[in-house]
Design a protein around this ligand. Structure first.
Ligand SMILES: [Fe+2]
Ligand SMILES: [Fe+2]
Length: 172
């Protein structure tokens, strides 16, 4: 159920609110990865659990969000204006560029999860989280400032409803 992905029920929200909820979770899990990379004082169980949650989020949930943008948003927003088309191609390129830092984050997360006291593994997770954060933030902002407003302004309510159904189907 889509609503369970949110931090709380938002029955009034539109489809862009669902995208914004995803962005909030992306930022939250990047931050959790940074905390796990920075803190050497956490109990082993907390480190293991945190690493497992970060890895699960970026392996399972993030790809669904990227698929939402690539397959439900991009084809519908394309062709409206040069500015939107440019933002869409930047978005697409950035999604591809994120694959390497994401793989590094997952590898570092798995390693620290297996050896929670390993300082080198912790340092690698911090470096991976910082790199991913630096690449993700301008990406999230591009979507939030150009593309999400365009979904609200340029796509008919019926089309926004279609997008919402596709998001739900991807998670069913
Ligand atoms: Fe994206
Ligand atoms: Fe996004």
């Amino acid at each position: 159920v889509l609503i369970s992905l949110g931090t709380g029920p938002r029955p009034e929200g539109d489809v862009v609110d669902l995208f914004l909820d995803c962005h909030e979770r992306i930022r939250r899990f990047v931050e959790l990865a940074r905390v796990l990379g920075r803190r050497g004082d956490l109990p082993a169980a907390e480190v293991e659990d945190g690493c497992a949650r970060v890895a699960r989020y970026f392996r399972q949930a993030l790809p669904l969000h990227v698929a939402d943008e690539e397959h439900s948003v991009l084809p519908r927003l394309g062709g409206h204006s040069a500015r939107i088309d440019d933002a869409l191609s930047r978005m697409h390129r950035q999604h591809e560029d994120h694959e390497a830092p994401l793989a590094a984050l997952l590898a570092a997360c798995d390693a620290l999860g297996r050896a929670s006291a390993d300082r080198a593994a912790r340092a690698r997770l911090l470096a991976a989280a910082e790199r991913l954060a630096a690449e993700l933030e301008p990406h999230l902002q591009l979507e939030e400032t150009v593309l999400f407003p365009a979904v609200r302004e340029l796509l008919a309510p019926a089309v926004q409803t279609e997008i919402r159904s596709e998001l739900r189907a991807r998670r069913a």
